[in-house]
Write a protein that binds this ligand. Structure first.
Ligand code: ARG
Length: 254
């Protein structure tokens, strides 16, 4: 069962197949390992069902961590679990004063314009957190306003494909944000509304292999024509919480 609803995808009456959900999550983990990534697992905690969306707990660049401060009380306690994890790694952790949901609304492109943070606001993360992240991380932050409630986090609308380029759905952003993105990323893979709503953009790419939700067949085809290798994974049960591949993964940028 979905225990609470804090985004339009969550329906507390919709049944969830827990066994299948765990199997799908395992499939995602195995896919990442097979592609050569090291995967650390943050242990789940009772009473925090959304912890599976590990992207939201923090955002790190160069081994420096900007902690999350969740918008909804149901998720607030997740931040401390992430903090303990980073402290065990010995990374510098900064407690946030402003509301922000980590990699849900922040991403980093090391080779775009000398190293650029892209940040979303409008539903979860406050724009004041963008300035705070810039102070903590010492990298320029580009603020992008999200406008479609179904696409409530930046990582459902836009993801890096490599160190310098992105895929994104323009319709998720304000007109001004669309102009900014077109200016910064003239070679981006431009996705459709369907690509976004099948959670296709909620992807994890290593610059060549792009792990994405198997329902996003249209985006997989566009990525293939752009020279990438789509790697589809089934995450139907995770979608019931309003997330897919990227939501389950926090990138550790040491
Ligand atoms: N149920 C979670 C929430 O609404 C889903 C989070 C999805 N995570 C993400 N990185 N977009 O907060």
């Amino acid at each position: 069962m979905v225990e609470y609803a804090i985004n339009p995808w969550m329906d507390t009456n919709a049944p969830v197949d827990t066994e299948l959900a765990v199997k799908q999550w395992e499939g995602l983990r195995e896919t990442l390992v097979r592609l050569g990534h090291t995967v650390h697992v943050l242990l789940p905690e009772i009473g925090l069902p959304d912890m599976v969306y590990a992207a939201n707990g923090a955002f790190s660049v160069d081994g420096v961590v900007y902690g999350a401060k969740f918008k909804y009380p149901q998720r607030a306690a997740e931040a401390a679990a992430h903090r303990r994890f980073y402290e065990t790694l010995g990374w510098r952790y900064h407690l946030a004063s402003e509301t922000n949901e980590g990699e849900g609304d922040f991403t980093y492109l090391p080779a775009a314009h000398g190293g650029l943070i892209l940040a979303g606001h409008g539903f979860r993360t406050e724009v004041a957190a963008h300035a705070e992240a810039q102070e903590v991380l010492g990298r320029p932050v580009i603020s992008l306003r999200l406008t479609d409630p179904r696409i409530y986090h930046l990582d459902v609308a836009l993801q890096p494909l490599d160190d310098a380029n992105i895929a994104y759905y323009p319709g998720a952003f304000s007109e001004s944000a669309q102009k900014v993105l077109a200016q910064l990323f003239p070679d981006a893979v431009v996705a459709t509304e369907e690509d976004a709503l099948t959670f296709g953009l909620n992807l994890v790419s290593d610059g060549r292999n792009v792990v994405l939700n198997s329902e996003a067949t249209g985006l997989a085809a566009s990525l293939r024509s752009a020279g990438y290798v789509p790697v589809p994974v089934e995450l139907s049960e995770l979608k019931k919480g309003g997330g897919s591949v990227k939501c389950c993964v926090a990138e550790l940028r040491g």
